[in-house]
Ligand binder design. Structure first.
Ligand code: PLP
Length: 385
């Protein structure tokens, strides 16, 4: 089976992890701050906080921004459930904003309309999480303008978008947001097995997230309530978690980081081959907004039902039976049984639902060979021709 996504591990990665395994530090030693500095430099952010998953990064980002009961958080329905679950972890209320039918990202016009209604009803969101779906940035200039007008905070969920750019600047420089988070899960752009990172230019938010990552415990005398000048003394000043990244993971991340440009280049190469070879089939290919440079975490096609009678579900199964590991990103979050139990209904966000009824993610990862890609393309031509 050709998978839809896969990590790329080379000898340097193995050596990097092995070296740490034989060192004095297995967890949060010298590799974690080194990885944090290099990621911060790479994306042009002041501060970076490494954690054990992208989900943990979302959680501490929400807490650092003060999200709590009675607050609202809004995100896109076309995302992994973690982008919405982080609100519920904080006891806050969740709501969604439908997508733009071309970018599959949160729609700024729909956001504006929903904000106008929320203002009338006194239930404006405290945080909005734009998700850079498939690696393509959201229209951050418009979202930031609305944030200034309606006073909400922005967390960019850039789990897909490490190595991507917006208006020619790296995603993660947080010019349009308070915090940006990345995931280093094996299918994402670079991997640390499990792992994630929150980046920000705000020192206060960075300090809060550092505390929350490790039990809310500090050894910094400036933060302590009772500054006892004793070498053994530490204080818990907040309710934090154990969300730490290990040094093994950071070593893998550091090694992977040296190949970021190659990874993204290879993904672009594969995307242009798909674009070229699939253009005459009854498919809708990924639209690229002029302000964005995607990291192409995903290559999503939609079946164009105006031009073919072959239903998506049949095409999906045909591809699977041909040993092509296609996937669906995403079943809209509000249609998940758990979210339906909170009161959301099918029909609430029709553009996300329409998209999800037609979409298929094709295999896309640096190790996909030309031969494998040709096979995938030929199978699609066979089924749709
Ligand atoms: C992968 C992903 C996450 C969660 O990341 P983990 O590292 O798996 O916890 C969150 N949001 C989106 C959009 C993702 O794709």
């Amino acid at each position: 089976m050709i998978p839809y996504g896969k990590q790329s591990i080379n000898k340097a990665d193995l050596a990097s992890v092995l070296e740490v395994l034989q060192s004095d530090w297995l967890t949060q030693g010298p590799m974690v701050p080194k990885f944090e500095r290099e990621v911060a430099n790479k994306v042009g952010a002041e501060y970076a906080i490494a954690v054990n998953s992208g989900t943990s990064a979302l959680h501490i980002a929400c807490l650092a921004l003060g999200l709590g009961p009675r607050d609202y958080l809004w995100t896109s329905p076309n995302t992994f459930v973690a982008s919405a679950n982080c609100a519920l972890y904080c006891g806050a209320k969740i709501d969604f904003v439908d997508i733009n039918p071309h970018t599959y990202n949160i729609c700024p016009a729909a956001l504006k309309l929903k904000l106008e209604q929320a203002e009338r009803h006194g239930c404006l969101p405290k945080i909005v999480i734009p998700v850079h779906f498939s690696g393509q940035a959201c229209e951050m200039d418009k979202i930031k303008e609305l944030a200034n007008r309606y006073k909400f905070k922005i967390i960019e969920d850039a789990s897909h978008a490490f190595g991507g750019r917006y208006k020619d600047l790296p995603i993660g420089n947080s010019a349009y947001s308070d915090i940006t988070i990345f995931s280093f899960h094996p299918v994402k752009i670079i991997t640390t097995a499990e792992g994630g990172m929150a980046v920000t230019n705000n020192e206060k938010l960075a300090k809060r997230m550092q505390l929350l990552r490790s039990h809310g415990v500090t050894r910094d005398p400036k933060l302590m309530l009772h500054n006892k000048n004793e070498p053994w003394y530490y204080e818990q000043i907040n309710l934090g978690f154990n969300y730490r990244m290990t040094d093994l993971q950071a070593a893998l991340g550091l090694s992977q980081l040296t190949r970021l440009t190659d990874f993204v280049e290879k993904r672009h190469y594969l995307a242009s081959a798909y674009n070229k070879e699939l253009q005459d089939l009854p498919l809708i290919l990924p639209f690229q907004h002029k302000d964005t440079f995607s990291s192409y975490h995903l290559y999503v096609i939609q079946v164009n039902t105006h031009r073919t009678s072959l239903p998506r579900n049949i095409l999906f199964k045909k591809l699977q039976n041909a040993n092509i590991g296609v996937n669906l990103h995403y079943i809209p979050v509000h249609t998940q049984p758990y979210y339906q139990s909170l009161g959301f209904l099918r029909g609430n966000f029709p553009r996300s639902e329409h998209y999800a009824d037609h979409a298929i993610s094709l295999p896309m990862y640096p190790g996909l060979t030309e031969e494998e890609q040709k096979y995938i393309i030929n199978q699609l031509k066979l089924f749709l021709g």
